[in-house]
Design a protein around this ligand. Structure first.
Ligand SMILES: *Cc1c(COP(=O)(O)O)cnc(C)c1O
Length: 465
């Protein structure tokens, strides 16, 4: 036997170490025994692989580090200074104060989620949200599910299983985090019939593809890319007119769920839900947490007779929305109905923030950094698969920290330092020679944390130069 194994302490010996005994006050004995056993097993494997034996101190340190990890939740708030308003990796839309309060109330105790308070009998969770969605979109009926990917899957499964759905080749694409129309189509059991070419599709292409097996015509909003140059695509008006001639519903995957006119903020036009409904699509699908500015959800509005078929499908139960997000979504939608969306919904406050206000905040941030930073002109992005190629002018704080030190780029070190900010990690955008911070995507109430972190960075400037 390898003599190194003899250096391994017993479980009891490690458990009786002073620092472990202190931990025993806050953690169950069984958990500590388990962690000690796992530590000793790792030591055995390491020795067997030819490594030296760790000291008792090192073993204790490793065990306490694991307990510290258990105490600090892995998922934590961060400050989004990237300037990408709907950043999928950073959790998409922050919610309004009222939506947060409604979600809080929904989890505190019980609720009338599926209970009719008048009759005292069972009800549907959809009644809390369907009238608001119908009022807002002009649709006859509405259904809310887990997210937009499951909304589209439910729609295709319930209406087009073992049948054909016609989609433009330029729209049979991958959107954002691996949502691929061809894959969703296959999963639903519907056959994808692609028409046209990547850059050009005409209404006659759709018409020629219609067969007795066709169940629907589909439009997918190409929300995260643009085809420019020699292009032609079919308008939603043309598609609905064709569908009406052949008694086929149009399924409209809008992606973002926009109810406000983006062009009034200098952005490219984003298709609006109420417009699709007014034109007469069969069903429109959209997310709750993109431009809508609410919690994760998949929203379907459209013709009652189609919505009823989705409602009855067994998949509807598998993708149903939970009570917390239902509560937050209802309040978010009410902001639109009350005409207060621009004031209350953070995503829209960020989009409509005056440039002078952003510039003022950027100057305050830059002052905290002294000569490490400058305020520069830049662009904020909408992100989250909305408004490709459309940006908002902004003001950025560019931290160069004096640039390169002996040819070594210090920008990644500055970015890491802000990501490790103890109070709340701050995420910026890295360009070649500067770390860029955009106040537009930072909630104003987070400014004090940013300022404190930037002052600290300024104090420690010499360690970066
Ligand atoms: C984002 C997006 C989806 C997926 O929506 P999730 O809510 O993320 O599931 C589907 N279709 C389009 C066009 C999108 O932009």
């Amino acid at each position: 036997m390898n003599s190194e194994f003899r250096c391994l302490p017993s479980v009891d010996r490690l458990i009786s170490e002073e620092r472990i005994r202190e931990l025993a006050r806050n953690y169950p004995h069984e958990l500590l025994v388990k962690l000690v056993r796992q530590q000793l097993e790792r030591e055995r494997l390491a020795i067997a692989a030819g490594n030296r034996c760790s000291s008792i101190d090192e073993m204790v340190e490793s065990i306490t580090a694991q307990l510290r990890w258990l105490e600090s939740p892995s998922l934590r708030p961060v400050i989004n200074a990237t300037g990408v308003i709907l950043h999928t990796n950073l959790g998409r839309a922050p919610l309004s104060r009222e939506a947060i309060a409604a979600m809080d109330a929904a989890v505190r105790g019980y609720s009338n989620l599926e209970f009719d308070l008048d009759s005292g009998s069972r009800g549907s969770r959809q009644v809390h949200i369907e009238p608001i969605l119908c009022q807002l979109s002009g649709a006859e009926a509405a259904l809310v599910v887990n997210n937009n990917a499951s909304a589209v899957l439910l729609g295709l499964t319930a209406l087009a299983r073992r049948k054909e759905v016609i989609v433009s080749r330029g729209q049979a694409v991958e959107i954002g985090d691996s949502f691929r129309i061809p894959d969703v189509m296959r999963q639903s059991g519907a056959k994808l019939v692609e028409v046209g070419t990547t850059n050009r599709t005409y209404i006659s292409d759709y018409e020629q593809a219609i067969t007795p097996r066709t169940a629907a015509l589909m439009r997918v909003h190409s929300s995260n890319f643009q085809v420019v140059g020699f292009t032609h695509s079919v308008s939603i008006e043309e598609l609905v007119a064709l569908g009406q001639r052949y008694s086929l519903p149009v399924l409209d995957d809008l992606g973002s769920g926009c109810f406000l006119d983006t062009t009034s903020f200098g952005l490219a036009p984003e298709p609006m839900v109420q417009h699709s409904v007014a034109i007469g699509v069969g069903l429109a699908f959209f997310s709750g947490d993109k431009l809508l500015g609410g919690p994760q959800a998949g929203i379907i509005v459209g013709k009652k007779q189609l919505i009823d078929r989705l409602r009855k499908h067994p998949l509807a139960r598998a993708v149903r929305i939970d009570k917390v997000r239902l509560a937050g979504l209802a309040v978010t939608l009410l902001h639109y109905l009350k005409g207060e969306a621009l004031r209350k919904i953070p995503v829209w406050r960020m989009i409509s923030a005056p440039l002078e206000e952003i510039e003022g905040r950027a100057r305050t941030w830059a002052e905290a950094l002294g000569d490490l930073a400058q305020v520069t002109e830049g662009e904020s992005m909408i992100g989250g698969g909305s408004l490709p190629g459309s940006t908002l002018p902004t003001r950025l704080v560019a931290i160069s920290g004096g640039g390169r030190r002996k040819g070594h780029n210090i920008v990644p070190a500055l970015a890491r330092r802000l990501r490790r900010n103890e109070k709340c990690p701050i995420i910026g955008r890295i360009s070649d020679d500067a770390l860029l911070l955009d106040p537009r995507s930072v909630l104003p109430e987070e400014d004090p944390i940013v300022l404190e972190a930037l002052r600290d960075l300024s104090v420690d400037r010499d360690s970066y130069r």
